[in-house]
Write a protein that binds this ligand. Structure first.
Ligand code: C2E
Ligand code: MG
Ligand code: MG
Ligand code: MG
Length: 283
C-alpha cells in the first residue's frame, strides 16, 4: 500500500488518488474522535444449533454511529482502523466490551452462552495482545472457555511460525479460536493442521451458492467434511433462508448464524430475543 507523504499539509498524488486518500484521512480523524466520544458500540448476532435452532452464542460486531445518526459500515472503517493502527486500541475496547456483555448475559440467566470476537492481524501482531486479552478476561470476570476469537482465513495463512505460536498462547488462556470467512483464502491443509483452531466459519458466499447450481454446495460440503476429519466445529454464516438452513443441516453442518435467525442486535434486543426463544422452546 502507498504511504501518504505529508508536507506542509499537502498530499502529493494524482487527483483521484488524492480524493480517496483525503477521504480516508478524514475518516481516520473522525474515527479517532468518534471512538473517544463513545460513538462506537457493539451489536450481537445470535448463533444457533441447526438441528434444534437453539441459540448457544453470539458474535460481537462493531458499529459506528455519528452524532447525527449516520452509520458507517465496518467494511468501510475497519480497514482504516487497521491501516492507521487505531484498531489496536479499538480492538482492545471491543474485547473488553464483549467480555463484559458475556458476563451480563450470564447474570441474566444465560450461563452457557458463548461470545465470539473478531480480531485483526494488527492486533494479533501487537506484542501486548496476550496481556490485553488476559486483562479483558480478568477485569470483567469473563470465563475464557466461553470466549472465542475469530481470525480470517487470509490471516491464518500469513507468517506461519509466528501465527502458530500466537494461537498456541491464546489457547493457553483458555480462549478458543475460529477461522472466519473460511473457503476464501486457499488454506494449506498441512498448515491448518498445525494451528490450534477450534472452529471453521463457512463464508457467506458459499452459503449463498448452496441453493444455486448443482455444484453450488461443493465448497460448503468440503468445509463440513474437513471440519469432521480434523475434529473441528463448523458454523455457516450468512444463512438467510430456510432452504439454505435445511441443506446445510442435511450436509451435516451443526451450527449457523444469519438473518434467518436474527440480525445483529443491541444488548437489550439480544436479551429479548433470547427470552422469546426460550418461551417458544418451552411451549
Ligand atoms: P464477519 O466477521 O465475517 O461478520 C459477518 C458479517 O456478515 C457481519 O457484517 C454481519 O452483520 C453480516 N451478516 C450476518 N448474517 C448475515 C446474513 O444473513 N446476510 C448478510 N447479507 N449478511 C449477514 P458486518 O457487521 O457489517 O461486519 C463486516 C466485517 O467487519 C466482519 O465480517 C468483520 O470482518 C469486520 N468486523 C466487524 N466487527 C469487527 C471487530 O470488532 N473487529 C474487527 N477486527 N473486525 C470486525
Ligand atoms: Mg466474524
Ligand atoms: Mg465472516
Ligand atoms: Mg467478513
Amino acid at each position: 500500500r502507498a504511504k501518504t507523504q505529508q508536507r506542509g499539509g499537502h498530499f502529493y498524488f494524482s487527483r483521484s488518488m488524492g480524493v480517496e486518500i483525503r477521504e480516508r484521512v478524514r475518516l481516520m480523524h473522525a474515527l479517532r474522535g468518534g471512538f473517544q466520544r463513545g460513538e462506537l458500540f457493539l451489536a450481537y448476532q445470535p448463533q444457533v444449533d441447526l438441528a434444534t435452532h437453539r441459540p448457544f452464542g453470539a458474535e460481537a460486531l462493531l458499529r459506528w454511529r455519528l452524532e447525527d445518526g449516520t452509520m458507517t459500515p465496518p467494511d468501510r472503517f475497519i480497514p482504516i482502523a487497521e491501516y492507521s493502527g487505531l484498531i489496536v486500541e479499538i480492538g482492545a475496547w471491543v474485547l473488553r466490551e464483549a467480555c463484559a456483555e458475556l458476563v451480563r448475559l450470564r447474570g441474566a440467566g444465560h450461563g452457557d452462552f458463548t461470545m465470539s470476537v473478531n480480531v485483526s492481524q494488527a492486533q494479533l501482531r501487537h506484542p501486548q495482545f496476550i496481556d490485553v486479552l488476559r486483562r479483558a478476561l480478568l477485569d470483567t470476570g469473563a470465563p475464557p472457555e466461553y470466549i472465542e476469537l475469530e481470525i480470517t482465513e487470509s490471516m491464518a495463512m500469513e507468517e506461519p511460525q509466528q501465527l502458530v505460536e500466537m494461537l498456541a498462547s491464546i489457547k493457553r488462556t483458555g480462549v478458543s479460536i475460529a477461522i472466519d470467512d473460511f473457503g476464501t483464502g486457499f488454506s494449506s491443509l498441512s498448515h491448518l493442521q498445525r494451528l490450534q483452531v477450534d472452529r471453521l466459519k463457512i463464508d457467506r458466499a458459499f452459503v449463498t451458492e448452496i441453493t444455486g447450481s448443482a455444484r453450488g454446495s461443493s465448497i460448503a460440503e468440503m468445509v463440513i467434511q474437513l471440519g469432521r476429519n480434523l475434529g473441528l466445529s463448523v458454523i455457516a454464516e450468512g444463512v438467510e433462508d430456510e432452504c439454505q438452513a435445511q441443506i446445510l443441516h442435511a450436509l451435516g453442518c451443526p451450527l449457523a448464524q444469519g438473518y434467518l435467525f436474527s440480525r445483529p442486535l443491541t444488548p437489550e434486543g439480544l436479551l429479548e430475543w433470547l427470552g422469546a426463544r426460550r418461551r417458544d422452546q418451552a411451549a
